[in-house]
Design a protein around this ligand. Structure first.
Ligand SMILES: O=C(O)CCC(=O)C(=O)O
Length: 286
């Protein structure tokens, strides 16, 4: 492991999040962003009958090599290893994009609520900024220490401006306790799956682009399903809790698209359980 500043570990353990960790240089960040924007141009009419956004927002690592490769970045994994231990899998890679002036938001929520993994400490999200993610641009904000709570009641809103799968929201959060986590391009925040967080509209003139990578340990056991799917990115999975996905063969490879649909349909049973509609990004794909 390369030498890294480990001071983030205590912050993460105390608060449930930390931010401002430099991962990619300006040049590297620009290259990643360009590749994403090239995909937006190339697939502006969608892929395999779906909008590109479907693959950007859910499980992008299954069909987009760029996103799978990002999740294997040694510098990110060196940090995650200090939180989760030496055996690491990727459950999902997702892009969160807010256009300049866009009214898209993310309501107050805890990630683990609908993921079928229980209230585990064995999941962490690495969120990497691919643009200047300022307060004005709608960076994330967190409630320190909230990862020590249980999962709170969420209400589905399915609001069109909410970027979450069900527009799920915890009401009554005291905003004055929130800490903003702005990130410069190439910087990363890390947050615990029970840490309360949200983000506002993009009031800036720039696109606000982030990639969220959900890492899990081998022994995170699904409570709401027999198994789930994840990609081993470091060490060994000797627990058999996850069905291992090897990574994409190529960009939107036909066989990987079949796997994508299979996993999405499987996961949607858990992620949309109890919802009164099966709309949005976990809509079953035939
Ligand atoms: O990008 C955002 O504003 C929110 C992302 C988020 O909720 C997450 O990564 O868990």
């Amino acid at each position: 492991m390369n030498s890294i500043d480990k001071s983030f570990v205590n912050k993460y353990k105390k608060n449930g999040f930390c931010y401002g960790i430099e991962i990619f240089s300006e040049n590297e960040t620009n290259n990643i962003r360009s590749e994403i924007e090239d995909l937006e141009l190339k697939f502006k009419n969608g892929v395999s009958g779906q909008k590109l956004d479907q693959y950007f927002r859910v499980n992008g690592h299954i069909v987009i090599p760029l996103l799978a490769n990002l999740s294997k970045s040694p510098k990110i994994l060196d940090h995650v290893e200090l939180l989760l231990g030496s055996n690491i899998l990727v459950w999902s890679v997702e892009l969160f994009i807010k256009e300049p002036g866009s009214s898209k938001i993310v309501s107050w929520h805890q990630d683990l609520t609908y993921w079928g993994m229980g209230e585990t400490d064995g999941e962490v999200t690495a969120w990497i900024a691919l643009s200047n993610v300022t307060i004005e641009a709608g960076c994330m904000r967190f409630i320190p220490g909230s990862h020590n709570k249980n999962i709170l009641k969420h209400e589905d809103t399915f609001h069109k401006d909410n970027l979450l799968s069900r527009g799920q929201e915890i009401k009554g959060i005291s905003e004055k306790d929130a800490v903003f986590a702005p990130l410069r391009p190439g910087e990363m925040s890390l947050h615990h799956g029970k840490c309360l967080h949200a983000s506002g509209i993009n009031n800036s003139n720039e696109r606000r682009i982030g990639v969220a990578i959900r890492y899990v340990k081998p022994d995170v056991k699904g409570t709401d399903n027999d198994h789930d799917f994840a990609m081993l990115v470091r060490g060994l999975d000797d627990k058999s809790g996850w069905y291992n996905f090897a990574g994409p063969r190529g960009l939107f490879n036909k066989k990987d698209l079949v796997i994508y649909n299979y996993i999405l349909n499987y996961q949607s049973k858990v992620l949309m359980a109890g919802a009164n509609t099966n709309e949005g990004m976990y809509k079953t794909i035939k």
